[in-house]
Each structure stands twice: as structure tokens, then as C-alpha cells.
Design a protein around this ligand. Structure first.
Ligand SMILES: Nc1ncnc2c1ncn2[C@@H]1O[C@H](COP(=O)(O)OP(=O)(O)OP(=O)(O)O)[C@@H](O)[C@H]1O
Ligand SMILES: [Mg+2]
Length: 339
């Protein structure tokens, strides 16, 4: 299918889906955008993909899960007043902090919320679960994560319904993508994994890089990664960032926009067949169980370490004991000889 007909299809989808939301979900599907290496284009992709999905008639929420800089709002040129921190502190309801943008997507702004979220008591957790259940009227929630495999990132990736791994053709980025996939697979083999190759110079390069990640993941991790497509290296992307206007809106005819439109089309087509999700309340519940699991695992590891320490300590003592025993038996032997 060519670019123009793809665009037409999405525009048609826009009008018809808005009037009759045939693909509307009863619960929000959660898509995490992640990468092994930093700076590969996750945030730019999150914003533009969210807008493209919204243009196709879906309700989309972005959760800024990057704990570093609050990137999403910068790309959209907005300054959020409240973020998740205010919810966790009990100063605001979750629905009150959601920012509606003129691009048609909603945002939960980033904050150093993860560590706060990890330390909530049961009542606070329940408030947040209820908060997420209350706003479960989106078709998709896109989570923009930070780079790498820190527990902050994995904690947000694991509860998602699917994960889009972003890579560039750089060898280090490819290797780190594989590293990320490997750490996800070490937790579960059931995760729905997809790959997008960003900043390619040709379609062939995009296909080659995706195939490489897919082949290695299949061979060594026995996991199937789906190819969602590629995005060209495009000056319009850089310009759109400078102008704080997403390229899918600012330069809809750019090469990058054509690629993103194709990716959105592929994604929505796949999503149509695969509607399983437990929604936003399910997401946050799974997030908490992941934290608890991690804590338990760390406790057990500490316990194991302690036991090992104790064991070596005990070994040491038993050595001493045996020396004592030997010296005692020697003593008795000596006394036997003497007698
Ligand atoms: N397709 C593209 N063509 C040209 N430049 C691009 C493209 N995609 C991303 N960039 C450039 O890469 C930079 C980094 O992008 P972005 O901030 O989205 O990466 P990131 O993966 O979110 O980074 P981090 O890991 O720090 O969160 C952008 O500022 C932009 O200049
Ligand atoms: Mg980012």
C-alpha cells in the first residue's frame, strides 16, 4: 500500500471511527515505549504515535514515565501545573491532573513519581487503583519510559500489554535493544514485543536492523518480536522538536510522518485482532505486584547472602572445632602411649 492511500485510510478512519467507534475498547490498552540505549527517539515517537492514533479516532493518554526530564510536555510546549506526585501525596485526584492538549491527546505529566509510587501504603495504593479505574475511558495509554533496564523502566514495562522497543541502526543501539529484550524475557516470555527502527537512511536498512534483532531474539531467547516498521532520519523531526510542534502535525507530508502513519496503520491493524487487556486498574495493580515481587526477591537475595555468610562463618567454626577435636584426640593418643 502506498503512502497516500495509507494516509487516506487513516483520515477515513478518523471520521468514521469518531462517529461510530467500531474499534473502541471497553478497557484501555497499555503500550510501553522503551529502548536499551538512550536518545534513540522514544519520546518523539510516543508523542507523534499518540497523535496519529488519536487522528484515527481513538482516545489516547500518554503517561510520561521518564523520570529524568519531563519530556512529553516540552515537546508539546506545555507547562503542567500538577503531576503524579500531587496524586501520590493525596493533594489531587488522578483525573484532575490530566492535561488535555490541542493535538487531541491527554497527558499524565512526569515526576519523580516512581520512587514515590513504590513506597505507598495500602490505602494510598487503593486510592491510586481507584483513580486509574475512574479514568479507564481511553482506548490506549502510551507510556514513554527512560532508557535502559533499571527497575524504574522495567517496572513500567512489565505491566504493559505490549512493549515497543525503539532502536537506531547504530550497533550499540542494536546490542542494547537485545539487552532490554533479554531482561524483559527473563521476567516473562508472554510479553507482546514489537520493534521500530528509528533514524534509518533507507527502507532496506530499516528491514535489516529489525530482522537482526528479531532473528537474535528468536534464536537465543526463543521469543517472537514483531517488526512494526521504521522511521527515516528526517530534518523535519529535529525542526519540529525545536518548534515544540509534533512533526505529524507540523509536517504531515514529511518522510517521517509517512513512516509513522504506516506504523500506526500496522499497529492498529494488529491491535484489532488482539484486544486482550486488563485496563488501567489492571496496569497499576500489576505495577504494585511487580514492586512487591522485586522487594521480595531482594529480601530473599539478602536472606540468601546472609545464609551464605552464616554458612561460611559456621564452616570457620567447624574448622576450629575439628582442630579442637584433633588436638583432643592427639592428647588422648599421647596419653594412651604414655600409659
Ligand atoms: N527520525 C528522526 N530523524 C531525525 N532526528 C531524530 C529522529 N528521531 C529522533 N531524532 C532526534 O533524536 C533526539 C532524541 O530524541 P528523543 O528525545 O525522542 O529520544 P529518547 O529516546 O526519548 O531519549 P532519552 O533516552 O533521553 O529519553 C531528538 O531531539 C531528535 O533531534
Ligand atoms: Mg525520552
Amino acid at each position: 500500500m502506498d503512502q497516500a492511500s495509507n494516509l487516506r485510510k487513516l483520515t477515513e478512519g478518523n471520521t468514521s471511527l469518531k462517529l461510530v467507534p467500531t474499534q473502541a475498547r471497553t478497557m484501555t490498552k497499555i503500550i510501553a515505549i522503551a529502548s536499551g540505549k538512550g536518545g534513540v527517539g522514544k519520546t518523539t515517537l510516543s508523542v507523534n504515535l499518540a497523535i496519529a492514533i488519536a487522528k484515527a479516532g481513538h482516545r489516547v493518554l500518554i503517561f510520561d514515565g521518564d523520570l529524568g526530564l519531563a519530556n512529553i510536555n516540552v515537546l508539546l510546549g506545555i507547562i503542567p501545573k500538577y503531576n503524579l506526585y500531587h496524586v501520590v501525596k493525596g493533594h489531587k485526584n488522578l483525573k484532575d491532573i490530566i492535561i488535555q492538549t490541542q493535538e487531541g491527546i491527554d497527558i499524565i505529566a512526569g515526576a519523580s513519581g516512581y520512587s514515590q509510587l513504590a513506597n505507598l501504603n495500602d490505602t494510598q495504593r487503593n486510592n491510586l487503583i481507584k483513580g486509574f479505574a475512574d479514568i479507564d475511558n481511553y482506548d490506549y495509554m502510551i507510556i514513554d519510559t527512560g532508557a535502559g533496564i533499571s527497575s524504574n523502566v522495567i517496572g513500567l514495562v512489565m505491566p504493559a500489554d505490549e512493549v515497543i522497543v525503539v532502536t537506531t541502526p547504530e550497533p550499540t543501539s542494536i546490542t542494547d535493544s537485545y539487552g532490554l529484550i533479554k531482561s524483559i524475557v527473563s521476567q516473562t516470555k508472554d510479553k507482546n514485543l514489537k520493534i521500530i527502527v528509528n533514524r534509518v537512511r533507507s527502507a532496506i536498512e530499516g528491514k535489516k536492523v529489525a530482522d537482526r534483532v528479531i532473528d537474535i531474539s528468536g534464536q537465543f531467547l526463543e521469543v517472537q518480536v514483531e517488526n512494526l516498521g521504521f522511521i527515516f532520519q528526517d530534518e523535519e523531526v529535529e525542526k519540529s522538536i525545536r518548534e515544540q510542534k509534533p512533526y505529524i502535525v507540523n509536517s504531515p507530508r514529511s518522510k517521517a510522518s509517512a513512516c509513522l502513519t504506516r506504523i500506526t496503520h500496522t499497529l492498529l491493524q494488529i491491535e484489532g485482532d488482539d484486544g486482550e487487556t486488563e485496563g488501567l486498574a489492571g496496569f497499576i495493580k500489576k505495577f504494585f505486584s511487580f514492586i512487591d515481587y522485586r522487594d521480595k526477591e531482594m529480601e530473599e537475595r539478602a536472606q540468601r547472602d546472609l545464609e551464605e555468610e552464616e554458612l561460611s562463618e559456621l564452616d570457620g567454626e567447624s574448622d576450629d572445632d575439628s582442630e579442637v577435636e584433633i588436638s583432643n584426640s592427639r592428647k588422648s593418643k599421647i596419653s594412651e602411649v604414655k600409659e
